[in-house]
Design a protein around this ligand. Structure first.
Ligand SMILES: Cc1cc2nc3c(=O)[nH]c(=O)nc-3n(C[C@H](O)[C@H](O)[C@H](O)COP(=O)(O)OP(=O)(O)OC[C@H]3O[C@@H](n4cnc5c(N)ncnc54)[C@H](O)[C@@H]3O)c2cc1C
Length: 376
């Protein structure tokens, strides 16, 4: 097991006190909220159990336009204009109307952090009483509390437990190596409902398998896919992936990213949406800090904004449920039909518009703070 960077032993001094905004979770969603609050004049505190950028949570592929819109180009590793889909009966190549890029997680988080002026502490969040958050280092209070802690949604009393909950599971390995293609396998010999992937990122390739059925274990198929691709099964990372929206506001708390189920069904693309809803949440918080809205109004408006996307998430969930039922030969025929440029442009255009890159505010002319390494 890798040893994660966090405060240990005597460094774990007691924490306490108040902030104007307390953001729990310093990954895509939490850092996007903090970025949106830069220069608001508020005391913004982020807590995470690990140092920023320490624990990669995904294959880290996102639409390039989103990374550019947020000024995160420096973290990009490789860009792809085609998506190659393999099934047992065909291989199709879709020329995308926009590109995907893989990126370095630590660098991306560092760049987002530089654009915020929040404070950061490592602490494990354990629960909440009202607007007081209990951590293993003490209690922290703020009138505005954000749960960006991922699928566990720690700050909600209603716990979700796999495998009963609407969660997919994903596991990948990160062998060193290079490749040119962004590839997907829809192949029931690997996973009955789900897909496998190979996402190159300059000097490493992220190879994994995701199952929409949380009961199906993905370790063996991940190893098999890696073996079939002649990749070493090293440096594992995996997690549960939500595939249903949950209320984005509950009991006075804002939820953003996986904690609100903001990961898209079917594709399990959750980075772009965590950034998108994180920004939306940050804007609502800013309105409260600026005195334009009450906290309750902001909670209501943010929840309504999130819920207005429900039909799109539900439509994708229906396709997620349908694909595993389509006989493989028919699926191959359908994919060949979908390879047409006009269809790919139409469908991927709509797909991007679920959370479009134009939503992002431009990065500040100069970062609000020192780079992460210098600040540490
Ligand atoms: C194997 C795999 C591959 C994936 N690949 C992609 C991909 O290529 N592209 C894509 O768009 N999506 C991908 N996803 C989905 C994507 O990773 C998630 O949707 C995304 O990470 C959600 O971001 P988030 O900020 O909401 O939560 P997370 O990234 O899960 O971050 C949660 C943060 O909260 C912290 N935290 C959790 N619990 C506590 C606690 N109790 N106390 C303190 N801190 C805590 C964690 O340390 C972490 O920093 C993948 C998922 C998996 C599992």
């Amino acid at each position: 097991m890798p040893k994660r960077r966090t405060k240990r032993g005597e460094e774990r001094t007691p924490l306490g006190g108040d902030a104007d905004v307390l953001i729990c979770g310093a990954s895509f969603a939490g850092l996007a909220v903090a970025r949106e609050l830069a220069d608001s004049g508020a005391r913004v505190l982020i807590v995470d159990r690990y140092e920023i950028g320490e624990r990669q949570t995904s294959a880290c592929a996102a639409p390039t336009e989103w990374l550019r819109a947020l000024g995160l180009e420096g973290s990009m590793r490789q860009t792809f204009s085609d998506l190659v889909i393999h099934t047992p009966h065909t291989t199709v190549r879709m020329g995308l109307p926009w590109t995907f890029s893989t990126f370095d997680y630590r660098e991306l988080c560092g760049l987002l952090w530089e654009q915020s002026d929040a404070e950061f502490e490592t602490a494990k969040v354990e629960g909440r009483s009202g607007t007081t958050v209990h951590t293993d280092r003490g209690d922290l209070s703020a009138p505005l509390v954000v749960d960006a802690l991922g699928w566990k949604r720690v700050l909600d009393g209603n716990a979700y437990q796999p495998p009963e909950a609407p969660l997919s599971r994903g596991l990948e390995v990160h062998p060193w190596g290079a490749d040119d293609e962004l590839e997907i396998w829809i192949d029931r010999s690997y996973v009955p409902a789900g897909y496998g992937w190979s996402f190159p990122a300059a000097d490493e390739v992220r190879v994994g398998v995701g199952s929409f059925d949380p009961r199906f274990h993905v370790k063996e198929p991940t190893l098999r896919l890696a073996e079939d691709l002649e990749r070493e099964p090293v440096r594992y990372q995996g997690n549960w992936i939500p595939h249903r929206l949950r209320p984005a506001a509950a009991d006075g708390v804002f939820f953003a990213g996986d904690s609100a189920g903001h990961c898209l069904p079917l594709t399990a693309e959750g980075i772009r949406t965590a950034l998108y809803f994180g920004i939306a949440c940050g804007r609502e918080l800013r309105a409260v800090l600026g005195g334009w809205k009450s906290r309750d109004e902001a909670l209501r408006d943010y929840a309504a904004f999130s819920a207005s996307h429900r039909w799109k998430f539900e439509a994708m969930l229906r396709v997620q449920r349908l694909v595993p039922r389509v006989p493989p030969r028919l699926l191959a025929l359908m994919l060949r039909g979908m390879e047409r440029r006009s269809f790919v442009h139409w469908s991927f255009g709509h797909y991007l518009n679920i959370a479009p890159p134009e939503f992002a505010s431009p990065p500040p002319p100069a970062p609000a703070r020192e780079p992460l390494a210098a600040a540490a």
